[in-house]
Design a protein around this ligand. Structure first.
Ligand SMILES: Cc1cc2nc3c(=O)[nH]c(=O)nc-3n(C[C@H](O)[C@H](O)[C@H](O)COP(=O)(O)O)c2cc1C
Length: 384
């Protein structure tokens, strides 16, 4: 029997992208501007080479990783691997399984999924799975709900109440999107993009049993919604804290200064991210931003990273530079487009097995053995 044609995420990308239409492909592949950050997020990893150590007992490799601490209400969230699925919108563009398929895959592999706020705003005919349906499909693996802060605080409080009730344990506030980046292919393809991408519909959230006046009122509220770009540290974190008992994580930190502010303002964790290059082109690749952020955080809160992770060796290199956990965005969409839930499982399994092999061949039997001493910067003769 021929081996599976998909041995790497590059295979998965090529085969999956050939199956989807041009508009979907460009929506996933492209970022902002000239896509320089999209490319550099990935290429940044290759500036580091591995320093294998030998004659260490690697007969068992332990990849388990703590993601969220225990609380009175729930036990600690521990993943089987230090790799999660970053939030991205509209999984039904990839496959009819949608977000529920992604969540079921995360659960099957013992990974974690961040669920995009897009699950609330979708519309028929290819409407998104609701946050509740995604949580039901993925159970404990579905712990993070990504939030864009819109300018209607009553509505935002409703969203938070709803997802907390559904069992989510952490809100992942996306802080890199005060404005939507200049995504040229989205601008060009706008007329062909599905309707549900052009209008944000909070209608279901505001309820349907309204009288004629309330209907008008509701229409007005929806019509005036936009992402709140007046947010500041001193106000938004206390507001979130007062509104929800979920953990508060910030997604989209790229500098030591902001990482220090996140800690000072009591964030529970941060995700070093530039939105997969979809916001500000020409910004620092996330892997290059990581060391200064790790130094600023000083172990006070977990530091996660996303952007350009495409191999187990990339996961290893991010962990060696101090990340506690990494997330992948686009690869989940490729997996879903290739074979629904099974395709996402395949994607996670490839990464898991590559990481396991990399750990074994570098002499790291557990995640805590992965350190800067495992790496060398290309062109330098010194270890880090
Ligand atoms: C098609 C697409 C949709 C996305 N939608 C969201 C979103 O709704 N909210 C969000 O915070 N990030 C979103 N992201 C960014 C991802 O969460 C993540 O930061 C990024 O994809 C990581 O980079 P990678 O794709 O190179 O792995 C999206 C990314 C893609 C590719």
């Amino acid at each position: 029997m021929d081996p599976n044609p998909i041995q790497t995420l590059a295979d998965l990308e090529r085969i999956a992208l050939a199956r989807v239409d041009k508009v979907t492909r460009e929506y996933w592949v492209h970022g902002a501007g000239e896509n320089i950050t999209v490319r550099e997020n990935a290429s940044a990893f290759d500036r580091y080479r591995l320093r294998p150590r030998v004659l260490k007992d690697v007969s068992t490799i332990d990849m388990t990783t703590s993601v969220l601490p225990s609380t009175d209400a729930s036990p600690a969230l521990v993943a089987n691997l230090p790799i999660g699925i970053a939030p991205s919108g509209w999984h039904k563009m990839a496959h009819v399984d949608g977000e529920a398929g992604t969540a079921a895959a995360a659960k099957a592999v013992g990974s974690v999924m961040g669920v995009s706020m897009g699950t609330i705003v979708g519309e028929a005919p290819r409407e998104c799975c609701s946050p509740e349906a995604v949580r039901d499909a993925g159970g404990e693996s579905v712990a993070f709900f990504q939030l864009y802060m819109f300018n209607d605080r009553i509505l935002m409080a409703d969203v938070l109440r709803r997802v907390e009730k559904a069992g989510y344990r952490a809100v992942l506030l996306t802080v890199d999107t005060p404005y939507v980046g200049k995504r040229i292919s989205e601008i060009r393809n706008r007329p062909q993009l599905p309707n549900f991408l052009t209008t944000i519909n909070f209608g279901t959230l505001l309820g349907t049993n309204h009288g004629p006046d309330e209907k008008e009122e509701k229409k007005k509220r929806i019509g005036s919604l936009h992402i709140d770009n007046s947010l500041v540290w001193e106000e938004i974190i206390p507001w979130l804290r007062a509104t929800t008992s979920m953990q508060i994580w910030l997604k989209g930190i790229s500098t030591a200064e902001d990482a220090a502010l996140a800690v000072a303002h009591g964030a529970d964790g941060i995700v070093v991210s530039n939105h997969g290059g979809r916001q500000l082109d020409l910004c620092v690749p996330t892997l290059d931003a990581l060391p200064e952020i790790v130094a600023a955080v000083k172990g006070k809160v977990p530091v996660h990273l996303d952007g350009g992770v495409r191999r187990g060796e990339d996961v290893f290199r991010a962990l060696a530079l101090g990340a506690d956990f990494v997330w992948v965005g686009r690869p989940a969409l490729w997996g879903l487009a290739y074979d629904g839930q099974r395709g996402v499982e395949l994607m996670l399994t490839i990464l898991r097995e590559e990481l396991k092999l990399c750990m074994g061949l570098t002499g790291c039997a557990s995640i805590k053995d992965i350190s800067p001493a495992c790496l060398r910067l290309v062109g330098s003769t010194a270890k880090l």
